[in-house]
Design a protein around this ligand. Structure first.
Ligand SMILES: Cc1cc2nc3c(=O)[nH]c(=O)nc-3n(C[C@H](O)[C@H](O)[C@H](O)COP(=O)(O)OP(=O)(O)OC[C@H]3O[C@@H](n4cnc5c(N)ncnc54)[C@H](O)[C@@H]3O)c2cc1C
Length: 474
C-alpha cells in the first residue's frame, strides 16, 4: 500500500493509539487519530487524588502483555506501580479462607489443583491455537494470527476442536471434565466485569485468561503503573508524530472512493478508515457510548452483524472511608460473583498500601443473560437501574465494614465511571461465524474494524489486534 495514504483512526484508547503507533513504525505517517473526549486512554482512566493517581478503569497487566510492552517502550514508561495484594472476604466482611494456600491439603482443593493441571494440558493439545489474538477461523476449526510469545511469530493451522470455544465457558469446562477450574477463572473474569460463565463463550474467557495469564494471576505476578494505566497511553500519544486530536466531535462519515469525515463542523477527506470506537448500532444505554449508525453510513451487512453485539453494564465507584476502616489489602468477594448476586460489589481495590484518605474502588455488574433465554428476550429485558445498584453496593460496603465517610451530610464518593464494557457476541452468533463474516468485511468501503470486540476487552488484546490489523493490511 502507498505509504502516503491518509488514514483516519476513530478513538484514542489503547486500540486507536496502538494503530497509530504500528502504522508509524511501518512508515505510514499520514494518519489522524480522532478522540471525542479531552483525554486519551479510553477505559484506561487514572484520575488524581491527593497528588496520586488511582484507577477507575484498567488496573493491571501480566508479563505476557507483549503489545502493551511495545507501547511502554515506545512511550518510555515501565510497569513501576505498587505491587498488588489480594485477600478474600465473605459478604459479611469476615475473611473467606477457601482460597488460602495453607489449606491446600483439603480434598476439594487437591481435586481443584488436579483439574487445573489437566485443563492446562487440554488447552495446549486438544485446543492448540486457542490463545492467539483475534477469532479468525475459530468457528470453522482453524486458527490464524500471532503467537503469544515475545517474537509473536505468525502461526496458523487447522484444529476442528476449536469450534467448542463457541460454547459458554461453563459448558466448555464441564464437557472437558474440569468444572472446578471455574472457581479460579471466575475471580479475574466476572469480578472484572466480563460477565458470567453460563453466558459468555469460552473463546473470550480464554482469549484473556489463557493458561499462562491465569497462572500469573494465581501467583500475583502482575504489572501495575505508578501513574496509572492511562499514563502508558499519554506517554505514547506524546511520542506519536501525530498526537490524537482531542475533543473531535464526529457527526458524519460517508464512504465512497474516499472517506469524508465531518468533524467539529468541517469536512476532511481520507483514503482509509480504522474504527476502534464501539461498532454496536442502535441506541446504547450508556452515557459515554453512541451507536456507530449515529454518524457512519452503515451498510446493510454492517447493520446486520453489528446489531448482534452486546456489552456489559459495568461500573466503578471511588470513595473515601475512615482511616481505621481501610482493609489490609484489596479483596475479592467471591460469593458476589454469581448471577444470583448480580448488582452486588465483587471486588474492592485500593492501590497505596494502608495509606488513609486514598480512594477505595468498588466494581459491579448490572445485567446477565439467563441460560436458555433468547438474545432478543434478554435485550428486551431491562437492566438493573444504575442508582438502585449503587445503593446496593453502598449497603454491601456498610456490611463489609468499609462505608464512605460523610462530608456535608453526604457519602464521600469522589468518582463514578460507567464504562461501555466488553462488547461481545453470544454463543449462537459466535458458532454461526460472526467473526468470519466481520473479518471478510475488513477493507471493504476502505474501512477496517479494530478495538475490543475484534479480540477481547483487555489492554493487550486490543493493542495486539491493532498490530495484527496493520501487519495484515498495511
Ligand atoms: C473498570 C475496568 C477495569 C479494567 N481492568 C483492566 C485490567 O486490569 N487490565 C486490562 O488489560 N484491561 C482492563 N480493562 C479493559 C481495558 O481498559 C479495555 O479493554 C481497553 O481500554 C480497550 O481499548 P479500546 O481502545 O478498544 O477501547 P477504549 O479504551 O474504550 O477506547 C475507545 C476510545 O474511543 C473514543 N471514542 C468512542 N467513540 C468515539 C467517536 N465517535 N469519535 C471519537 N472517539 C470516540 C473513546 O472516548 C475512547 O477514548 C478494564 C476496563 C475497565 C472499565
Amino acid at each position: 500500500m502507498d505509504k502516503n495514504i491518509r488514514i483516519a483512526i476513530i478513538g484514542g484508547g489503547p486500540a486507536g493509539l496502538g494503530a497509530g503507533m504500528y502504522l508509524e513504525k511501518k512508515g505510514y505517517e499520514n494518519y489522524v487519530i480522532f478522540e471525542k473526549t479531552d483525554h486519551v486512554g479510553g477505559k484506561c482512566h487514572s484520575p488524581t487524588h491527593n497528588g496520586k493517581r488511582y484507577e477507575m478503569g484498567a488496573i493491571m497487566g501480566v508479563p505476557s502483555y507483549y503489545a502493551v510492552h511495545d507501547m511502554e517502550v515506545f512511550g518510555g514508561v515501565t510497569h513501576d506501580g505498587p505491587r498488588l495484594h489480594r485477600t478474600y472476604r465473605l459478604p459479611n466482611g469476615k475473611p473467606d479462607t477457601r482460597f488460602d494456600k495453607k489449606l491446600f491439603n483439603i480434598p476439594h482443593l487437591l481435586k481443584l489443583k488436579k483439574q487445573i493441571k489437566k485443563f492446562g494440558e487440554i488447552l495446549e493439545t486438544k485446543y492448540k491455537g486457542y490463545d492467539i489474538c483475534g477469532h479468525r477461523g475459530v468457528s470453522e476449526g482453524r486458527y490464524e494470527g500471532y503467537a503469544v510469545s515475545e517474537a509473536r511469530e505468525p502461526v496458523s493451522g487447522v484444529n476442528p476442536n476449536l469450534k467448542d470455544l463457541a460454547l459458554p465457558f461453563k459448558k466448555f469446562v464441564e464437557m472437558n471434565g474440569v468444572p472446578l477450574v471455574s472457581e479460579i477463572w471466575v475471580q479475574p473474569f466476572t469480578s472484572f466485569g466480563y460477565g458470567y460463565f453460563d453466558e459468555i463463550p469460552a473463546a473470550y474467557v480464554l482469549k484473556y485468561l489463557d493458561f499462562q495469564t491465569m497462572m500469573n494471576f494465581v501467583n500475583v505476578n502482575l504489572w501495575t503503573w505508578k501513574d496509572g494505566t492511562q499514563s502508558i497511553y499519554e506517554a505514547v500519544n506524546k511520542k506519536l508524530k501525530n498526537p490524537a486530536r482531542l475533543n473531535s466531535a464526529i457527526t458524519k462519515i460517508v464512504r465512497g472512493d474516499k472517506v469524508t469525515i465531518t468533524v467539529n463542523g468541517k469536512e476532511e477527506v481520507f483514503d482509509k478508515l480504522i474504527i476502534t470506537a464501539p461498532l454496536q448500532v442502535g441506541t446504547i444505554n450508556n452515557p459515554v457510548a453512541q451507536g456507530l449508525d449515529s454518524y457512519l453510513d452503515v451498510t446493510d451487512e454492517e447493520r446486520a452483524l453489528f446489531s448482534k453485539i452486546d456489552y456489559e453494564r459495568y461500573h466503578t465507584m471511588a470513595y473515601i472511608t475512615a482511616p481505621e476502616n481501610y482493609p489490609e489489602a484489596s479483596f475479592y468477594v467471591v460469593d458476589n460473583m454469581t448471577p444470583e448476586t448480580l448488582g452486588h460489589g465483587m471486588v474492592f481495590y485500593m492501590r497505596w498500601g494502608n495509606e488513609p484518605d486514598q480512594p477505595l474502588v468498588s466494581y459491579v455488574l448490572r445485567k446477565h443473560k439467563n441460560p436458555g433465554e433468547t438474545v432478543e428476550a434478554y435485550k428486551a429485558r431491562p437492566e438493573l437501574e444504575y442508582e438502585a445498584t449503587k445503593n446496593t453496593v453502598l449497603e454491601d460496603i456498610a456490611q463489609l465494614g468499609i462505608p464512605p465517610i460523610k462530608e456535608g451530610g453526604k457519602d464521600k464518593i469522589i468518582y463514578e465511571f460507567q464504562a461501555y464494557y466488553f462488547p461481545h457476541v453470544f454463543s449462537e452468533d459466535y458458532a454461526n461465524g460472526w467473526y468470519e463474516k466481520v473479518e471478510a468485511m475488513q477493507g471493504k468501503n476502505n474501512t477496517y474494524y479494530a478495538g475490543e470486540i475484534m479480540s477481547f476487552g483487555d489492554m493487550d488484546e486490543t493493542v495486539e489486534y491493532s498490530h495484527d490489523l496493520v501487519e495484515r493490511f498495511f
